[in-house]
Every structure is written in structure tokens, then in C-alpha cells.
Design a binder for this molecule. Structure first.
Ligand SMILES: *[C@@H]1O[C@H](CO)[C@@H](O)[C@H](O)[C@H]1NC(C)=O
Ligand SMILES: *[C@@H]1O[C@H](CO)[C@@H](O)[C@H](O)[C@H]1NC(C)=O
Ligand SMILES: *[C@@H]1O[C@H](CO)[C@@H](O)[C@H](O)[C@H]1NC(C)=O
Ligand SMILES: *[C@@H]1O[C@H](CO)[C@@H](O)[C@H](O)[C@H]1NC(C)=O
Ligand SMILES: *[C@@H]1O[C@H](CO)[C@@H](O)[C@H](O)[C@H]1NC(C)=O
Ligand SMILES: [Fe+2]
Length: 625
């Protein structure tokens, strides 16, 4: 065990020489953009290389125990490292649960020798991350932000880089004071307008405590509503890494249905667990505003984006460069939250890609938003796609999750949460959310649903008809769709265009392509209006919007700009719709870096403008006369 600490000087001078001779020491940390950073770690190949004079010690900011910061469920920790044989390849992995032993390895892949590492860390950082002096001094301190993920944590120092990890030292375990605490509430509209659902995560199974929500109008009487409890196991995962190194126990996911809400009213709530001995565990108080009555005339503000993903405030995981725009978008949404009523995140939610720990971290990141306004999601390739599991695409983008975590961690008002399509109302808006990871073409179950959903909007009361899906089923001049020739997901609009036309969809939103683009109102692949800012009277077609730039690495546009493309932005951003009343809608595109509006338009019209015949969209009886 001691052997490795000795040839320190020679090795160090060789390394330093290499660093001066070339820039490999810097480049060692730079790698592929589109890979889940945790996937770069070859954790199963870890060997033991313990060094007695090396140490790693974790210090919570306040006192001995974590969680003193209260109920937010996050805490900063300082980690001090001493390593007599430092190298720029050294890194620190944060593990949770803290202990690894053969019992944490999958049954079909037992390890026969220590350190029995079968699970990826929840995050990692290079030891010289913010301190180039580490490689000279063999000493440094790193900061980590931990999220309460129901289990304890340990910090492990490795040599050998991510591909040949050698375990040099490990810290003592560290635990939150209340590891099972109810955390990270996420609201979503229920199946009817007067129902709000609240979903949260805890460490309490139903045989230990009854999950409840205490809630009521501000100043009014308190009600207690029960919640349902769901979870999933390693065996519900469809493949690796979700089933292997990426697996982590998701805890218990509770959903409560708060019913009979008054329209547009502020409610307070808190999450709780009634323990068997008669005591209660409570979260802090949160509040939300209930939805307006469908068709109701009031100010209604909707934010829509896709592909936000998560990022690390402590700069972990390759300088947090997997979804570089994610925190900027999150922070802008939090900043503008008092002017937002509901959020739609249309697919590619966490990019956990089979590393289950990332779901808790994502729900912690969006908690300030999702605990206050309904956070409605759609399913993307990174949630759902896996071969032989019924997804329309047979890629491996979900990392073996095959939709299970997304369908459990977030509530959507779908008939069947595994078929991720649903209708929802918000006052004067009617939303039809499609699932581009399941077949949508004519003759399918989903196509029937989409038609029914679009047909069910009473346009006098709900003039603003919105369609959304993750992949670009409409129009995008992103370079790979341009190469393919038709500027869409293959077969995207072939069936759907006639529905958008027949039911006069105003705006169709997509993600998947990581940029922003807006089209003219399109009918039969043609622009029907050349106006760009103020659409008055009948819109005459559907405006297609790509809003997939909320976080992930940006997607290139084609060099050629199609006629229908009237605004493109290669940057991170999101879209906001404001319905002032039944005849006035404002559309705004904001950048995530500064929250300012870079593109906008308005639609002003009367009900009879919606009824008016456009092109061939009138009923057969009308065109026959
Ligand atoms: C292995 O780890 C599990 C979970 O952390 C723990 O419950 C168990 O006691 C450990 N077993 C040994 C032999 O250390
Ligand atoms: C690294 O060492 C130099 C020289 O001793 C010092 O000026 C610098 O502040 C150190 N950097 C850090 C990040 O500690
Ligand atoms: C009730 O049970 C919880 C969890 O087991 C325990 O922490 C708490 O101290 C108990 N309270 C009483 C009053 O027994
Ligand atoms: C609708 O709202 C717009 C924008 O605030 C306003 O100009 C218009 O007068 C309103 N129309 C009606 C019918 O209230
Ligand atoms: C995030 O916002 C900051 C502040 O506006 C900006 O400097 C930075 O470039 C943004 N990051 C990304 C990836 O857009
Ligand atoms: Fe995607």
C-alpha cells in the first residue's frame, strides 16, 4: 500500500516537464461536449492504491452536521486534500451512499475484490480545478454543493484520471441531519382546471409514515390531503448505465391532488409525513396561485423552453459544461417568477442519461420555480429512447431509463403517464402536448389524441391554441435538418400539418434543436403573411417556434436561410407568452444571459377572425356552396 507514495520527486518532475513541454495538462480536462460527464468515469476499473500520508477531509460550513441551513436541502462543504504525490490527473469523486461494498454491486456483476466500486459518483472535480498550485504543493481545498439525496456522502481522492481510477484516500461519511426529509416540491396542473398536483421526494416509505400536504388559502382554514407514493427499482431500468453504474435509489415520490381550488387564488402549502408514533415531519411553507377558470379573461403568462438540463453551481463535472446555459436560464426564470404563471419544459429535462442521482439534483435546481408555478413537462429522447422498449426511436439517449424516472418524478395529466401526451388548459390557453418519442402519425393512438385535443378548444373562450412536442415536427433550419432536406424531424409534419391547419393552431413549439427560431404563419409549407411584428386579424397559418436553447450546447443553423424563417438566434434563451385578453397575445423571446427580449410579436384579433375561412380550412359544406 505504501509503495505508491515514494517515487514522488521523480514522477513529479516528469509530470512538470510534460506540462511545460506541451499543454497536455490543460487539455487532459477538456473533452467531448455531448457526453454525460459521469459516463467518462471508468468506475468499475477502480483499483486500490491507498497512501497513508494522503488524506481527504470534508468540512460542512456550519458545525459537524449538514442541513443546518434549513429546509432547502442543499449545503456547501469544503474538502481539504493532502497528497504527497499530486498530479493534474487527480480527482475527487463524491459518493452517496458513502459506503461501497459488494452489496451495492448489481447481482449479475459481483466484484471479487475491493474497493467494490460499482456505482458512479454523484459528481466529481479535478483536484487542481481552481488551484493550479495543487500539483506543486500536494494540498488544496475544494468546494462542493451537496443536495440532500436521502443517503450519506463520502469524498474519495483518485489518481489515474477518469479512465484508470486508483483510489488514494477516502473521507469519513457525512450526513444531512434529516436525510429522509420531504423535499423539492414540483407543482403540475391536474386533470381538471381546479386541481393542482404537488409531487415531492422523501425517504419515507408508506410503512413508516403517511405522506400528506397541509394547505389552504392564505388566512383561511387548513386542509390535510393525502398523497400517493411511487418508486422504481433497478429492475425497472431498461439497460446500462441506469441498471448498472448509474443506478441510485430514487427514494419515494409522493403526489397529492389538491382539489376544488378557487380560480386565481393564492394557496399556501407544506409537505408532511405523519409518522407511526404520532409525530409529524414537515417541510417549510410554499405557495402557489391556482389556475384561472378555462376561458376566463385575466392576465395569463406562460413560459416555454426545451432542453434545459442541469448544471453544477460548484463547477463540478468538467466545469459544469454539459448544459452550459442551464443555470442562466434557471436564474432568469427565478428572477422573473412573479411575472410567470406556468412553465412548460418540453423535453430533455435533466440529461441524466441513466445516472439516476442527477434527478434529485435537477429537482433541487428547479425547486424555486417548480414549487411556486406549475412545471409541466414533455418527454424527450433523453427521457425515453431505448431500443426494444416501444420508443419510436431506437437510440440509447435515455441511458437505459426508458422513461421511468421522468414518468415518476414529474406528474403530467396524461391518461397513461408512460404515453406522454396530454391536454391542459390555462385560462384562455389550450395546450396540446405531444410525445415525439412515440409514433404520432395518422392512424396511431397519439394522432387520434392530438386531433381530439385540438378539436376540444372552444376558441371563443380559449382563443390561444398551442401545440408542443420535443422534436421539431414542424420547421427548423438547424443544419442537420437542413442536410436532410425538409427542415423537420423526418415524417414530422406529414400527418400533423393538416391537423394544425384544420384546427387553426396559433403557435407550435419544439425543443431538441438547441437554438431559437421563429417562422412566419405557415399554411401548406408557405408563408401566408409577411408581417413580422403585429399580426392583426386572421393569422391564416401556424407560427412554428424552436425554443430548445434553454441549456444544452447550441445547435448550428444552416447557411441558407429558408423564406419562412424570420428570426434565428444561436444563443441560450426561452419564450414567454402573455395573453392580455381574448384578443391580444404578446410573444417574447428572451436570452438566458440577460433576461432581455430579443424577438417579439403580437397577435390581435377577434373571435370571428378565428372562425373566418382560411384557404381550404372551411367545412366541406361551405366550400361546396
Ligand atoms: C455494505 O453497504 C450497505 C449499504 O451501505 C450496508 O448496509 C452494509 O452494512 C455494508 N456491509 C458491509 C459488510 O460493510
Ligand atoms: C499559487 O501560488 C502562487 C505563488 O505562491 C500564489 O501567488 C497564488 O495565489 C497561488 N494560487 C492559488 C489559487 O492559491
Ligand atoms: C417518532 O419516530 C421518529 C422516527 O422513528 C423519531 O425520530 C422520533 O423521535 C419519535 N418521536 C417520539 C415522540 O417518539
Ligand atoms: C386587450 O389587451 C390589449 C393589450 O393590453 C388592449 O390594448 C386591448 O384594449 C384589450 N382588449 C380588450 C377587448 O379588452
Ligand atoms: C450566463 O450569463 C452570464 C451573465 O450574463 C454570461 O456572461 C454568460 O456568458 C452566460 N453563459 C452562457 C453559457 O450563456
Ligand atoms: Fe432532444
Amino acid at each position: 500500500m505504501e509503495r505508491s507514495c515514494h517515487h514522488l520527486k521523480t514522477l513529479l518532475s516528469i509530470l512538470l516537464f510534460l506540462c511545460f513541454a506541451s499543454s497536455i495538462c490543460v487539455q487532459a480536462h477538456v473533452s467531448g461536449f455531448d457526453e454525460q460527464p459521469l459516463a467518462k468515469i471508468n468506475i468499475e476499473k477502480t483499483t486500490l492504491d491507498l497512501c497513508d500520508s494522503a488524506s481527504i477531509v470534508a468540512r460542512p460550513r456550519v458545525g459537524e452536521l449538514l442541513g443546518l441551513q434549513g429546509e432547502e436541502g442543499t449545503e456547501w462543504v469544503t474538502v481539504d486534500i493532502v497528497n504527497p504525490k499530486p498530479s493534474s490527473d487527480d480527482w475527487v469523486g463524491v459518493f452517496s451512499p458513502a459506503q461501497f461494498n459488494v452489496s451495492t454491486c448489481p447481482v449479475d456483476d459481483p466484484k471479487d475484490q475491493p474497493p467494490y466500486m460499482c456505482t458512479a459518483p454523484i459528481k466529481y472535480k479535478y483536484a487542481d480545478h481552481f488551484d493550479a498550485n495543487y500539483t506543486k504543493k500536494g494540498k488544496t481545498s475544494l468546494q462542493f454543493l451537496l443536495v440532500n439525496q436521502r443517503a450519506d456522502f463520502s469524498f474519495v481522492l483518485f489518481a489515474g484520471g477518469l479512465s484508470n481510477p486508483r483510489m488514494v484516500a477516502a473521507s469519513k461519511p457525512l450526513s444531512f441531519t434529516h436525510p429522509k426529509a420531504p423535499l423539492f416540491p414540483r407543482l403540475a396542473l391536474g386533470k381538471s382546471w381546479d386541481e393542482m398536483t404537488v409531487t415531492w421526494t422523501s425517504g419515507y416509505n408508506i410503512d413508516e409514515a403517511v405522506p400528506i400536504v397541509a394547505w389552504g388559502m392564505r388566512g383561511g382554514p387548513r386542509k390535510i390531503s393525502p398523497a400517493g407514493t411511487l418508486t422504481f427499482t433497478r429492475n425497472s431500468m431498461c439497460g446500462s448505465p441506469a441498471r448498472t453504474v448509474g443506478w441510485r435509489d430514487p427514494g419515494f415520490i409522493h403526489t397529492s391532488f389538491l382539489k376544488n381550488l378557487w380560480p386565481n387564488s393564492v394557496y399556501q402549502y407544506r409537505l408532511g409525513h405523519a409518522l407511526l408514533n404520532g409525530t409529524y415531519v414537515w417541510s417549510k411553507f410554499y405557495s402557489f396561485k391556482s389556475a384561472p377558470y378555462p376561458g376566463q379573461d385575466s392576465l395569463q403568462r406562460v413560459v416555454i423552453f426545451g432542453d434545459m438540463g442541469k448544471a453544477e453551481r460548484d463547477g463540478s463535472n468538467e466545469y459544469s459544461d454539459y448544459q452550459p446555459g442551464s443555470l442562466n436560464t434557471t436564474d432568469q426564470l427565478i428572477k422573473g417568477l412573479d411575472k410567470i404563471d406556468i412553465v412548460f419544459h418540453i423535453g430533455d429535462i435533466t440529461y441524466s442519461n441513466g445516472y439516476l442521482s442527477q434527478w434529485d439534483q435537477f429537482t433541487a435546481q428547479v425547486e424555486p420555480i417548480a414549487s411556486q408555478v406549475p412545471y409541466m413537462i414533455a418527454s424527450g429522447n433523453h427521457e425515453r429512447d431505448w431500443p426494444n422498449t416501444g420508443s419510436f426511436y431506437t437510440g440509447k439517449d435515455s441511458g437505459g431509463e426508458c422513461g421511468v424516472p421522468a414518468e415518476t418524478m414529474f406528474y403530467v395529466p396524461a391518461e397513461n403517464r408512460a404515453k406522454f401526451w396530454y391536454a391542459t388548459n390555462y385560462g384562455m390557453f389550450h395546450f396540446c402536448i405531444a410525445d415525439s418519442e412515440h409514433d404520432w402519425r395518422e392512424g396511431t393512438e397519439q394522432y387520434k389524441f392530438i386531433e381530439k385535443c385540438l378539436a376540444s378548444a372552444d376558441r371563443q373562450k380559449q382563443p390561444w391554441l398551442i401545440f408542443a412536442a420535443h422534436r421539431v415536427l414542424g420547421y427548423s433550419s438547424n443544419s442537420w435538418y437542413a442536410q436532410e432536406g425538409s427542415f423537420e424531424e423526418p415524417m414530422g409534419r406529414e400527418s400533423l400539418q393538416k391537423l394544425w391547419q384544420k384546427y387553426k393552431v396559433d403557435i407550435a413549439f419544439y425543443g431538441h434543436v438547441h437554438n431559437y427560431e421563429r417562422t412566419c404563419p405557415i399554411y401548406q409549407n408557405q408563408c401566408v403573411r409577411w408581417e413580422k411584428k403585429n399580426y392583426k386579424g386572421a393569422l391564416g397559418g401556424t407560427i412554428h417556434v424552436v425554443a430548445g436553447g434553454a441549456g444544452a450546447h447550441l445547435s448550428q443553423f444552416s447557411d441558407m436561410i429558408p423564406k419562412w424563417s424570420i428570426y434565428r438566434d444561436y444563443d441560450h434563451g426561452f419564450v414567454k407568452l402573455t395573453a392580455f385578453n381574448h384578443s391580444s397575445l404578446l410573444f417574447e423571446y428572451m436570452k438566458s444571459s440577460d433576461g432581455k427580449v430579443y424577438d417579439q410579436f403580437t397577435i390581435s384579433r377577434d373571435y370571428r377572425d378565428i372562425l373566418a375561412c382560411t384557404h381550404d380550412s372551411c367545412d366541406a359544406t361551405t366550400s361546396a356552396s
